[in-house]
Design a protein. Structure first.
Ligand code: FPP
Length: 247
């Protein structure tokens, strides 16, 4: 039976096309249970599954998950290794189900910083899900918003140096076109779990007009009903994009 929240989302009809999520609180979830931090991340994988299924059910087109930030490289070596192992495990375990659901996976970020084994796992899941039409899933891995903007500036500068771009032609579209998310609409809704009111260097350019939904739920406890609740919250907002009335 479809959930009551899902019914309400469908009646409203205004489903966000692109939802981004800062998946926070794995460490606290583990600590509350006297478990090592990596157990929190492992449990977080279930929440990833729930969120993907919920997104497909709700008719969301693009789901972007912040899986590993450039700052996360500074965590203890053991935890970084655990997160890389988890990414490999995820790619191996979830591939058939993601395919069945029609999810097309993209991995965005400084992929070159990943170790060879993790890079191979990433390639496997990206190649193995290509052509999925139900949902585009962006896994942001070794991603940082400022780094992405620096990279964009460098790419544009190289084109100017090569004579293929005039400085006066650098506009918002040109910059957006050099980001990892080139060609995608900006997120309509950003969800952050674990009750922190921060952007944490996530999609700094793309979140300019995004609606924010912050929930105290720790990421491993997040399920599709929490996603639906966030969408309903979004549907109650009036988006004005700096104008007086909604466009
Ligand atoms: C933040 O919690 C979460 C992360 C740094 C990693 C996110 C990874 C997952 C949800 C698991 C796997 C997902 C995929 C797609 C393989 P935290 O450790 O900062 O929590 P804390 O703030 O409570 O310490």
């Amino acid at each position: 039976m479809a959930s009551e929240r899902l019914e309400r989302i469908r009646v409203s009809g205004d489903v966000p096309r692109h939802v981004a999520v800062i998946m926070d609180g794995n460490g606290r979830w583990a600590r509350q249970r006297g478990l090592p931090r990596h157990m929190g991340h492992r449990e977080g994988m279930k929440a990833v599954r729930e969120t993907i299924e919920g997104a497909v059910e709700a008719g969301i087109e693009i789901l972007t998950l912040f899986a590993f930030s450039t700052e996360n490289w500074n965590r203890p070596e053991q935890e970084v290794a655990a997160l890389m192992n988890l990414l490999q495990l995820y790619a191996r375990k979830e591939l058939p189900e993601l395919r069945r659901q029609g999810v097309e996976v993209h991995v965005l970020g400084q992929i070159e910083r990943l170790d060879a084994q993790t890079r191979r796992a990433v390639e496997t899941i990206v190649n193995g899900t290509r052509g999925g039409t139900e949902l585009r899933l962006n896994l942001m891995v070794s991603y940082g918003g400022r780094e992405e903007l620096v990279r964009a500036a460098r790419l544009l500068a190289e084109r100017v140096r090569d004579g293929t771009l005039a400085p006066e032609d650098i506009d918002e579209a040109a910059l957006a076109g050099t980001l990892f998310t080139a060609g995608l609409p900006d997120p309509d809704l950003l969800i952050r779990t674990s009750g922190e009111y921060r952007i944490s260097n996530f999609m700094l350019w793309q979140l300019a007009y995004t609606e924010l939904h912050i929930t105290p739920v720790l990421w491993p406890d997040f399920d599709r009903e929490h996603l639906f609740e966030a969408v309903l919250d979004y549907q109650r907002r009036e988006r004005r994009f700096g104008r007086v009335q909604a466009p």
